[in-house]
Design a protein. Structure first.
Length: 287
């Protein structure tokens, strides 16, 4: 039966799977949008050479400008109609792709040491709040431009997952990534599984014949008597007196007595030497 921790584990991993899917969709849509922007810029440059109303900057084919005031973006692209607009548009898509790759690696959890050292907010010691904030920023950056339907759906989906990750981060805080880790699922049932003790070597099975039933009964009675005797001997000990010493010597144990020592706090013995000359003088006076 799945416990509360099990449902939490499944729910958090389901959100992680949706987060990875949303990041992959944004990755694909960014590449598609970047290719369309490059094609639109090239077509705009070709049209500028044929139409005198469109001016192309000299020395840089990607730096385009338009005299017409009713065009803010290059037709069919997300490139703004301003100096170096194509450069910043392509750089924006490349940065989005790089951030998406980093977030996917963070969701997968590899390499954990890299994120713990260089990106701690995406490591295992932090929750899902920072991840959700970055996803919302990426989604808002794409939704703030006029994009196609594929990019629009991908960005909106990622923004929704980012809001959900922020909510989960506020609920579980720094323990969110620990709760969804497969290691936590194994530790949940670690105490439930029975512990098996190491078994000894297999005992030989002796089959007795039908004619030796009496011997079998006598052997069984002897085993019961020896078992009861061993139990009684375990329950009643000989103590540490003379009887215990005799019982130990009878079983083949050797008893050794420790050497006599003084405790550490005892004073050292001092030797007093009598003055022989004084005692000799006293003996002469008495005589």
């Amino acid at each position: 039966m799945v416990t509360k921790k099990g449902y939490t584990f499944l729910a958090l991993n389901a959100v992680r799977a949706l987060s990875i899917i949303a990041l992959l969709l944004l990755f694909a849509s960014s590449i598609v949008t970047m290719v369309q922007d490059v094609k639109s810029v090239n077509a705009f440059i070709v049209a500028g050479k044929a139409d005198p109303n469109i001016r192309v900057a000299e020395g840089n084919s990607t730096d385009v400008d338009c005299i017409s005031t009713d065009t803010d973006y290059i037709d069919g692209s997300t490139v703004p109609n301003q100096p170096a607009g194509a450069f910043w548009a392509v750089l924006n898509r490349l940065l989005i792709i790089f951030q998406v790759i980093v977030l996917i690696m963070s969701e997968v959890g590899w390499p954990a040491a890299f994120f713990s050292r260089f990106f701690p907010i995406l490591g295992n010691e932090f929750g899902l709040g920072a991840l959700g904030v970055i996803q919302c920023l990426l989604g808002a950056a794409v939704l703030s431009h006029h994009v196609d339907e594929f990019s629009l759906v991908s960005a909106f989906f990622l923004f929704s997952i980012g809001c959900l990750n922020i909510l989960l981060g506020l609920i579980y805080r720094e323990s969110a990534k620990t709760r969804r880790a497969p290691k936590a699922w194994r530790e949940q049932y670690q105490d439930v599984l029975p512990t098996t003790a190491p078994l000894g070597p297999p005992r030989a099975l002796v089959m007795a014949s039908t004619g030796s039933s009496a011997a079998w009964e006598r052997e069984k009675e002897g085993a019961d008597a020896s078992r009861s005797g061993s139990l009684s001997s375990q329950k009643s000990g000989m103590g540490f007196g003379r009887q215990g010493e005799k019982a130990a010597l009878a079983r083949g144990y050797t008893l050794t007595r420790p050497g006599e020592t003084l405790p550490r706090y005892a004073p050292k013995p001092t030797v007093t030497v009598r003055d022989s000359t004084v005692s000799y003088a006293e003996s002469e006076t008495v005589a």
